[in-house]
Write a protein that binds this ligand. Structure first.
Ligand SMILES: Nc1ncnc2c1ncn2[C@@H]1O[C@H](COP(=O)(O)OP(=O)(O)OP(=O)(O)O)[C@@H](O)[C@H]1O
Ligand SMILES: [Mg+2]
Length: 345
C-alpha cells in the first residue's frame, strides 16, 4: 500500500429518501435519512472498507459516489473530478460492482456481457478481446463464460459481475458486498484477487457487513451506522480502542431475564445478542475487566437456569467496536421499511 493523496474526497454528503407510506387512512410522507453529512477522504492505493449493519447506508453512499444517485446535498471529488459537474470523467475513473448479478444480461453469455459493457466504455474491439481473455484467465471463468448467464449458479453470476467491474481497468474500484452469495472458497478467492489488484495500484472501496472480512482485507475501515460514520481507522487501531480483557462471549440457552440481570452487574458496559439460532443465543458482553466479572456472570446464568455451552473472554473484534459504540450487534437490521414501488429519489 502506498498512501498518498486522497483519490476520493467526500464533502458533507447527505441523502434523504422521501416515500409515501401506504396503509389505512390518509397517506403520509416518510423521510429516510440514509446519509447524514458524511465527509471522508480515501487515499490513493488503499483498500477501504465500509462496514455496517443492514440499512446503514453503505449502498447509498456507493451509489452516490458512482453517479447512480444524486446526493441531496454535499459533493465529492473522485480522481480529481467533481461528482456533479464532471459525471462522465468520474464514470471513466471507476469500475463498480453493485447489485451483483442483477446488473447482467441473462440471455447473453458471460463473454457477450463483458464485450457489451466494454463497448459502453468505448474500448476498441481488439483491446476488448484481449482484456476479456485476460479476465477469463484471472478469474477462472473459462468453464462457463460461453454459456448464457441464466444457466449460472449464483456464485458464477457474482464472479462475472466482478469481471464486469474490471472491464475498463479503472483506477478506482467500488465493490458492494461482492462476496454476499459466494461460498467460502469463492469468497476467499475474490478477496485474494482484490488484494493483487490493490498491489497493482488500484484503489478499492469495499462494503461488507462481515466484520471478519473487513478486518482481513482493509487497510482502513469506516464503520457506518444509520447514515453516519461512527468510527474510522485501520482495523487494528479501531480494535485497540477497546481494552483487552473487556469482551466475553456466552453461548447457550439464555433466558431474557438472565440477560437483563447481566447488564446490571457492576463493571458490565453492555450485553447484546450477537446471534440467535435454534433457541441458542450468542451473547456478547463488553465489560471493564472480564476476569473480574466472569464469576458474577456465571452466578447469574446459573440462578436464571441458563444452559451454558460456552463462556470465555474473547479477542476484540470490529463487531465489538460497533457494539461498544451503539449498544447493538452488527447483525441487527437497521433498515427503515419502505415499499420499493413508493420509493422516491
Ligand atoms: N430508493 C430508496 N427509497 C427509500 N429508502 C431507501 C431507498 N434506498 C435505500 N433506502 C433506505 O436508506 C437506508 C440505507 O439503505 P442502504 O441500502 O444504503 O443500506 P446498506 O447499508 O447498503 O444495507 P444492506 O447491508 O442491507 O445492503 C435504509 O433505511 C433503506 O431502507
Ligand atoms: Mg447495501
Amino acid at each position: 500500500m502506498t498512501m498518498s493523496e486522497p483519490i476520493i474526497a467526500i464533502e458533507n454528503i447527505s441523502k434523504t429518501f422521501t416515500s409515501k407510506e401506504r396503509g389505512k387512512g390518509r397517506k403520509r410522507k416518510k423521510k429516510v435519512e440514509a446519509l447524514k453529512d458524511v465527509s471522508l477522504e480515501i487515499f490513493d492505493g488503499e483498500v477501504f472498507g465500509l462496514l455496517g449493519p443492514n440499512g446503514a447506508g453503505k449502498t447509498t453512499l456507493i451509489k452516490c459516489l458512482t453517479t447512480l444517485l444524486l446526493p441531496t446535498s454535499g459533493t465529492a471529488w473522485i480522481n480529481g473530478f467533481n461528482l456533479q459537474k464532471e459525471e462522465n470523467k468520474v464514470r471513466a475513473s471507476i469500475g463498480c460492482m453493485l447489485m451483483g448479478e442483477r446488473g447482467l444480461y441473462w440471455k447473453l453469455t458471460g463473454r457477450e456481457n463483458l464485450d457489451y459493457f466494454g463497448a459502453l466504455y468505448y474500448i476498441p474491439k481488439n483491446v476488448r478481446r484481449e482484456r476479456i481473455d485476460y479476465l477469463v484467465d484471472l478469474l477462472e471463468l473459462s468453464d462457463f463464460v460461453d454459456r448464457t448467464v441464466e444457466t449460472y449458479s449464483s456464485g458464477q453470476k457474482m464472479i462475472l459481475a466482478f469481471a464486469k467491474s474490471l472491464i475498463n481497468d479503472a483506477p478506482i474500484l467500488f465493490l458492494d458486498e461482492p462476496t454476499v452469495t459466494m461460498d467460502v472458497h469463492a469468497a476467499r478467492n475474490l478477496r485474494s484477487i482484490v488484494r493483487s489488484l490493490n498491489k497493482e495500484g488500484h484503489t478499492i472501496i469495499y462494503t461488507t457487513h462481515l466484520m471478519a472480512e473487513a478486518d482481513e482485507l482493509c487497510d482502513r475501515v469506516a464503520i457506518i451506522d444509520r447514515g453516519e460514520i461512527i468510527a474510522l481507522g485501520p482495523p487494528s487501531e479501531l480494535k485497540s480502542s477497546i481494552p483487552q480483557e473487556s469482551v466475553v462471549d456466552v453461548e447457550g440457552v439464555i433466558p431474557e431475564s438472565a440477560r437483563n440481570r447481566i447488564v446490571e452487574i457492576p463493571g458490565i458496559r453492555t450485553a447484546v445478542v450477537k446471534d440467535e439460532t435454534n433457541g441458542k443465543t450468542m451473547l456478547g458482553i463488553i465489560c471493564d475487566n472480564s476476569r473480574r466479572v466472569l464469576p458474577k456472570i456465571i452466578d447469574v446464568l446459573v440462578e436464571e437456569d441458563a444452559i451454558i455451552e460456552y463462556i470465555s473472554p474473547q479477542e476484540v473484534t470490529l463487531e465489538d467496536v460497533f457494539i461498544a459504540k451503539t449498544g447493538r450487534s452488527l447483525s441487527i437490521d437497521t433498515r427503515e421499511i419502505v415499499t420499493p414501488k413508493d420509493a422516491g429519489k
